[in-house]
Design a protein around this ligand. Structure first.
Ligand code: SF4
Length: 414
């Protein structure tokens, strides 16, 4: 059989990488320029977007080193028992592609993951080699995100962090039971052990850089992880609990949630349908509540239903407010920042502006309306100089008044 060209390999290995959400540009509308109409596409594989430590949105070449794999994770298209077409890059080929794309201004960095070929150590060595050549031989200053392999020697993960801006290790599934069932070659303790090692490497590096200005940097953009949603029976409460434990234990920059997508020739242990994409979106919203709005994980879990799942028709902040109506209304002219952050429809920026402007004048409902997308959502939960919701907050049909219309919801569920 003829050897594959670089372009053929790129087609296979960039497509295979699209299942990893840890640097996803998902959530946008589908646009394509195939057929010569327009420029650019949001559907194709190969380029994804991520946020640099300074908040800039950057484009990355997102690719696997190889989609050969000796593991057999049921949910993965690259598992050893899958009959997908396989390909493998050499480290030099990935370096050349990255540099060529970089010079043409297509990308600002590289997101590199891989199936496990030969052994975890061998694969990790090859990935580190890509980053080493880029940094040491080409003085590449662009962003590098390396997905590290938990079963590999910790020394290799350490080297990865010395070259990469960000390293990540996927926990894959929210529960240990789910991992054992769907990824029989993986071990939850080994995954968390590897994450713990990166956490202590990060802490040591921070300390070293305080003492020695020229100490080498270790993964300045920190570490992240990804959890697959909807491939097992784990509820949203399980997922929120796991995410919060990971944030606390490993000081992660991000937990990414990836709705399970059915793959060709799927194993019988997997669900036939993907969960609604809105479920992934609700989990991201709950993640924001914990990271930026001061909610404790137990409070986010209070917003779930009897099965432990977040409602799909309304966001978790509104679900919590409807359950705990006795906490409202809050007075926009007097309430603490923490109380204002609990008001559905008020984002962090809006709360910041409310707190800043009420120093100079008394706020009216119209002033708040200018700061939000929907004053209808906010009104039942606040008081202002000229507004008091009276019985609105206690209305039995408040949820149906505030839930988005079904047609809008379907945009997310299809
Ligand atoms: S280790 Fe599992 S998830 Fe990773 S490429 Fe192999 S089969 Fe897929």
């Amino acid at each position: 059989m003829a050897a594959k060209t670089i372009l053929e390999k790129l087609g296979i290995l960039a497509d295979a990488a699209k299942y990893d959400a840890s640097c996803a540009s998902s959530g946008t509308t589908k646009k394509s320029s195939l057929g010569g109409k327009g420029i650019g596409s949001t559907e194709g594989m190969g380029i994804c977007h991520a946020y640099a430590p300074d908040g800039r949105c950057i484009s990355l070449l997102k690719v696997l080193l190889t989609n050969h794999c000796i593991f057999d994770c049921h949910y993965c298209i690259n598992r050893k028992s899958s009959n997908v077409e396989r390909a493998r890059f050499t480290p030099q080929e990935v370096v050349d592609l990255t540099l060529n794309f970089y010079r043409r201004n297509y990308i600002e960095g590289l997101f590199l993951s891989s199936g496990i070929v030969k052994s975890s150590n061998h694969t990790m060595e090859q990935m580190v080699e890509v980053a080493r050549i880029l940094r040491e031989e080409h003085d590449f200053r662009g962003y590098i995100h390396l997905k590290t392999i938990p079963e590999a020697d910790p020394q290799l993960a350490h080297q990865a962090g010395l070259y990469a801006d960000r390293v990540s290790i996927n926990v894959e599934l929210p529960t240990d039971a789910g991992l054992t069932r769907l990824a029989p070659d993986k071990d939850a303790r080994q995954i968390e052990g590897a994450m713990g090692q990166v956490t202590s490497d990060l802490a040591e590096n921070k300390d070293a850089r305080k003492r020695f200005r020229h100490a080498p940097r270790f993964a300045p953009a920190g570490q992240s992880t990804q959890m697959i949603v909807g491939a097992d029976k784990a509820s949203d409460a399980d997922i929120v609990g796991k995410a919060s434990r990971l944030y606390d234990s490993f000081k992660l920059r991000r937990v990414y949630y990836s709705a399970f997508s059915p793959i060709p020739d799927a194993s019988a242990v997997l669900p036939l349908k993907r969960p609604p994409l809105i479920r992934e979106h609700r989990l991201y919203q709950s993640d924001w509540l914990m990271r930026f709005y001061g909610y404790k994980p137990a409070e986010v879990m209070q917003a779930t239903d009897a099965d432990g799942n977040l409602p799909l028709d309304i966001d978790p902040k509104l679900a919590w407010a409807l359950k705990f109506r006795e906490s409202f209304p809050v007075d926009v002219n007097r309430a603490s920042r923490e109380q204002l952050l609990r008001v559905p429809g008020l984002g962090v920026k809006a709360v910041h502006k409310i707190v800043a402007s009420r120093r100079h004048r008394t706020l009216r409902l119209d002033d708040v309306a200018k700061l939000t997308l929907s004053i209808t959502k906010v009104r039942p939960f606040i008081c202002a100089a000229d507004w008091r919701p009276v019985t609105l907050t206690d209305r039995a049909d408040l949820r149906s008044l505030l839930a988005p219309k079904t047609e809008q919801l379907e945009l997310f569920t299809t």
